[in-house]
Design a protein around this ligand. Structure first.
Ligand code: G3H
Ligand code: ZN
Length: 276
């Protein structure tokens, strides 16, 4: 089916349910994430980060493979550019057929973040692509740990109004790249921000948030739940176990296949938890 647009998150917000957004690094990730969503018959967001594009040396190869896998899915799929700080990469993603992009200007001074985000929104909307942006840095990315930083509801409302964005990433207690699920979400703050803005809210760094806290966060007003590290842990553990159990293996399909199967199972479970 055709890739999904911004209506997917708008509908989810109105229904009070969450949508899982998971990072694609290799083609096996895209295959597993779509297979998982098809298993549970719920939508999914496949996201490719600027860092993943840099790892591959270019955005197009991994993006086009992911787009083909997404387009063949039997459930609604969004193809999203994650954490783009480079506007040229945003423009390339739009050309490649992404249905949404995140422009990450959270590190910029307020006025510059507003101006550059608003410019991205104008170009993206011309191409029918929706835009996520971030206000109040989510800690942990590239070592910048700032767990105490929370997005302020009044600033969130002003930022959404000034930029015209379609989804807002908020800092509400999570932190990127946590390998234990011990983060505490500020549910009161989530509810306050959700009451102050009309657009769906995005939780980054959700790997550090336990199932029950994710469900409570969705209840409080979160819609798009980004998980990467937790699933990479599952993928890597299965790959490691497969290699350990089969010391003579030389065919990568054996250990990548085991990792893909484990990723599919955990993603299916997580999609249900996030949906609520
Ligand atoms: O944008 C991606 C996410 O925020 C993933 O963060 O690796 O901590 O789950 P995570
Ligand atoms: Zn993130």
């Amino acid at each position: 089916m055709p890739l999904s647009g911004s209506d997917l998150l708008v509908t989810a917000r109105a229904a009070g349910v969450g949508v899982g957004a998971f990072n694609v690094i290799q083609i096996e990730h895209a295959e597993a994430l779509v297979a998982a969503a098809e298993q549970v018959e719920l939508p999914v967001i496949l996201q490719i980060s600027e860092n993943a594009a840099r790892y591959h040396g270019a955005l197009a190869p991994i993006a086009l493979a992911t787009r083909e896998i997404a387009a063949a899915a039997t459930i609604p799929v969004v193809l999203h550019l994650d954490h783009a700080m480079d506007e040229e990469l945003v423009d390339e993603a739009i050309t490649l057929g992404f249905t949404s992009v995140m422009f990450d200007g959270a590190h910029l001074p307020w006025a510059e973040n507003v101006d550059r985000t608003a410019a991205v929104v104008r170009r993206a909307h011309d191409a029918d692509v929706w835009v996520e942006a971030e206000l109040g840095q989510v800690g942990g990315k590239d070592g910048a740990h700032a767990p105490g930083v929370l997005t302020k509801p009044n600033e969130a409302a002003a930022f959404v109004a000034a930029t015209g964005i379609d989804a807002l990433a908020v800092a509400v207690g999570s932190s990127h790249a946590m390998t234990e699920r011990t983060a505490t979400l500020n549910l009161e703050r989530i509810a306050e921000i959700a009451a102050a803005v009309q657009v769906p809210l995005v939780l980054h760094g959700s790997s550090g948030v336990a199932d029950v806290a994710i469900a409570a966060g969705v209840q409080a007003g979160l819609t798009k739940i980004n998980v990467s590290t937790h699933l990479n842990k599952v993928f890597t553990a299965a790959l490691r176990e497969s290699l350990r159990d089969n010391e003579s293996v030389v065919d990568p399909r054996k250990y990548f296949g085991a990792a893909r199967a484990a990723l599919t199972a955990e993603t299916a479970r997580l999609i249900r938890v996030i949906h609520g």
